[in-house]
Write a new protein. Structure first.
Length: 385
């Protein structure tokens, strides 16, 4: 472990993340059923809905390569970077590639992109690696990676030449901080509510009450047989309302639903809103009540806020990480950017007014070719031909 000194700072540090050196929130997935791991949390409806919203938004934003020029920028459609980002691997499209990165960032707080090379050491493929199979340590100031392959020996001593590491919020400067692990209590509550809802529908149709039988030598056996028969006949939603028929000296005492159970739905809504807040997704996008109205806002403004504050930061991290990679972009003048206009596209009248201002000969900032590209229209030369 590196030590800090106010008098003399080391030029490079060594840091290995172990169970002893990690903060508790960065430890591997808990074995407690009430504190689900990342993969288990992805099965919770609210968490899945938040991740799906972010992924759906990301796949709607094309990722393009640009080159800086004296007049601004121009799009690059040839070259290794454009080819790899358009088809990262055989059978893998750009939306699938970007969506997987955003899903990993939203759930794990980081993503890893493996750089696969041809025999001549040129990049041939890009692939997203599962974060829970990666180990990271700092050796002489440089990150080193270890990838645990499924059903194969681990691949060790990987460097930045082999792995591109994109991370968001970090607590230690090495690994991204997973919102699932940091907010495991909220995730555990949501999982418990989901289990409770499932149990409610599975057992809630049983008439709520207590069956009593006379005590005696065979009392325990009679009670067990009665309980098994009662559950088999009346348990589950499909058996709701069936007539109960019993023989012998059996007494029934009705039990009313506690007020805490009556507030179950309200608690469920609160948990959904809390998950949306943790995942930084507007509650209305996953069908959760927000407590406000759209009186002073519009759907377009809400979508604009989602792109800026929910999806935009993740896309920015991906843009900068890819653009800074020397293998993908050896020329400093080239970089990649997401095109977000499609997500913010307004009605035709508003769009026309925007383009009219953008094409103004004196104050505008776009040309006709750029406008046609944003509208997915062919180039004017191709149309004329």
């Amino acid at each position: 472990m590196a030590t800090l000194s106010f008098r003399r700072r080391r030029q490079a540090e060594d840091r290995a993340l172990t169970r002893e050196s990690l903060p508790s929130v960065m430890l591997p997935d808990s074995t407690s059923p009430d504190a689900p791991g990342v993969r288990q949390a992805a099965g919770i409806a609210d968490v899945f809905a938040c991740a799906r919203v972010l992924v759906d938004g990301a796949v709607m934003a094309p990722l393009a390569v640009y080159r800086r020029t004296t007049d601004g920028r121009e799009r690059v459609i040839d070259g290794e970077a454009a080819r790899l980002l358009d088809r990262p691997a055989p059978g893998v499209s750009q939306p699938a590639f970007v969506g997987q990165m955003v899903a990993h960032l939203a759930l794990w707080g980081e993503c890893f992109v493996g750089k696969y090379r041809a025999p001549d050491r040129s990049l041939s493929q890009l692939g997203v690696l599962p974060p829970d199979r990666m180990e990271v340590e700092i050796v002489a100031g440089e990150p080193r990676y270890k990838y645990h392959q499924p059903n194969a020996a681990p691949v060790e001593r990987l460097t930045r030449d082999d792995v591109l590491h994109v991370r968001g919020l970090t607590l230690d400067g090495v690994r991204g901080a997973s919102p699932v692990r940091i907010c495991r209590e909220a995730m555990g509550l949501s999982k418990s509510l989901t289990d409770a809802a499932s149990a409610l529908w599975a057992n809630g149709a049983v008439p709520g009450g207590i069956l009593t039988v006379p005590s005696g030598p065979s009392g325990d056996d009679q009670a067990q047989a009665l309980a098994d028969g009662w559950t088999a006949r009346h348990g589950g939603a499909k058996n709701r309302g069936r007539i109960a028929v019993v023989t012998g000296e059996v007494n029934w005492q009705s039990v009313a639903m506690p007020l805490t159970d009556a507030e179950f739905i309200a608690t469920r809504k609160l948990s959904t809103a809390e998950i949306a807040r943790i995942m930084r997704v507007p509650a209305w996008m996953i069908g959760a009540p927000t407590g406000d109205s759209l009186t002073y806002s519009t759907v377009a403004e809400q979508a604009n806020a989602f792109v800026k504050f929910s999806l935009g930061p993740w896309l920015r991290l991906i843009e900068e990480a890819l653009s800074a990679d020397g293998d993908l972009f050896p020329q400093p003048s080239r970089y990649c950017r997401f095109t977000l206009e499609g997500l913010l596209r307004a009605d035709p009248a508003a769009r026309a007014a925007f383009y009219t201002a953008a094409l103004h000969p004196e104050t505008g900032w776009m040309n006709r070719a750029e406008v046609r590209a944003l509208e997915d229209l062919p180039r004017e030369e191709a149309q004329a031909a």
